[in-house]
Design a protein around this ligand. Structure first.
Ligand SMILES: [Zn+2]
Ligand SMILES: [Zn+2]
Length: 378
């Protein structure tokens, strides 16, 4: 449970007070307890934090409602940018610096990580086959990364006690800068230049990384590529990116998946599209043909009288949906191929077939065309 004083009590207000009351009281108290006015007295610092937190919550209509209803429980501090609340007082960034790491973190660690130094992200590509995208695959990827130094374990110093507290900032990693505002002399803090914000100085740098805590090297990693992944999809591997040195969080690794085209299959959403060629006679009389599917060879029945461009749909034989189990369909387009070379016997058979149906055959001028032409001559 949270051991905090009631926000209204902190500001000395009743629960019925208006937003204007809150603003007025906060202004008054902030002047009184501002750390700079009190020469950095830790007690008034605490007090200042307390009233500022109370103000941050109560001056925000939605947060005040949440607080009135649930007190310190619930999601009071979720998605709350404290810094922005104070911008009108001229010390907006004070909460990102002076309070940043301690403010609101009794509820969650989110704020703490938000202010931690983070290494940069890395992007790599991986190419997989079409069928691998259908079934899912594990791929080993090699990439170059600023990786935690193995020799010092990321500490940066050769020995365990080779790290001393920075004299410039006293180990806080931040130094104060004063400036004028209507509240008087306002102190904001900034990253300490001597220690780069770590609060520590290395006396005996690690010989391998020179004190940085990381080394640039090749690294191999196995990536699970899930079934159903599409060309161009990215997989995020948190913490597998670059290190930013001591006391930092690693960046992330983004793996962009390139799916090689398949000679027979095309993907449309989660459906698979392929083509099958049949002859004119097979289309007319019907037949059974073998087709390649994601589940292996499959025999399909073509019904008599099938027309060019007709489709056969194999239900739930397409791609599996990403991170799901449902499958799309496999759509087979039927191409009716007309023979380009025929033997004399075949010609006779086809002519017989055509004349039986009263159809004219043969290239050049047709009899019907000649008749029309003759008619015009007259
Ligand atoms: Zn320092
Ligand atoms: Zn090292």
């Amino acid at each position: 449970m949270v051991n905090k004083r009631d926000y209204y009590e902190v500001l000395g207000l009743s629960r019925e007070c208006t937003t204007e009351d809150i603003k007025r009281e906060y202004r008054k108290l902030a002047r009184k307890y501002h750390p700079d006015v009190n020469n950095g007295n830790p007690e008034s610092e605490e007090k200042f934090k307390e009233i500022s937190e109370a103000y941050a919550v109560l001056s925000n209509e939605e947060k005040r409602r949440q607080y009135d209803r649930h007190g310190f429980n619930g999601s009071l501090f979720d998605d709350f940018d404290f810094g922005s609340v104070f911008s009108e007082f001229g010390f907006g960034d004070i909460f990102d610096t002076f309070f940043g790491t301690g403010f609101g973190t009794s509820f969650s660690g989110r704020d703490r990580t938000r202010h931690m130094k983070k290494g940069s992200d890395i992007n790599v590509n991986v190419e997989i086959d079409f069928k691998e995208s259908a079934y899912g695959v594990k791929k080993e990827i090699e990439y170059k990364v600023d990786d935690i130094c193995e020799l010092c374990g990321g500490r940066g110093s050769a020995s365990k006690d080779g790290i001393i507290i920075c004299k410039e900032c006293g180990g806080t990693g931040r130094v104060r800068i004063s400036r004028q505002s209507f509240l008087g002399n306002i102190v904001t803090t900034t990253t300490c230049g001597t220690c780069g914000g770590s609060g520590e100085v290395i006396k005996d740098p690690c010989p391998k990384c020179g004190g940085k805590g990381y080394v640039y090297r090749k690294k191999k990693i196995k990536v699970d590529i899930p079934a159903g992944i599409q060309d161009g999809d990215k997989i995020r591997l948190p913490g597998k990116g670059n290190s930013a040195g001591r006391n930092s969080m690693n960046g992330d690794l983004y793996v962009t998946v390139k799916v090689k085209p398949h000679p027979g299959f095309k993907r449309s959403g989660n459906d698979i599209i392929s083509n099958v060629d049949i002859s004119f006679a097979q289309a007319a009389l019907g037949c059974r043909v073998a087709v390649e599917t994601l589940d292996g060879m499959e025999e399909i029945d073509i019904k008599p009288g099938t027309q060019p461009g007709e489709k056969i749909i194999l239900k739930s034989m397409g791609m599996v949906e990403l991170n799901g189990y449902r499958r799309g369909d496999h759509i087979i387009n039927i191409n009716v191929k007309i023979p380009t070379k025929v033997s004399d016997d075949e010609i006779n058979l086809l002519k017989k077939y055509a004349s039986g149906r009263g159809e004219e055959t043969g290239s050049g001028k047709s009899k019907a065309f000649s008749k029309i032409k003759d008619a015009f001559k007259k």
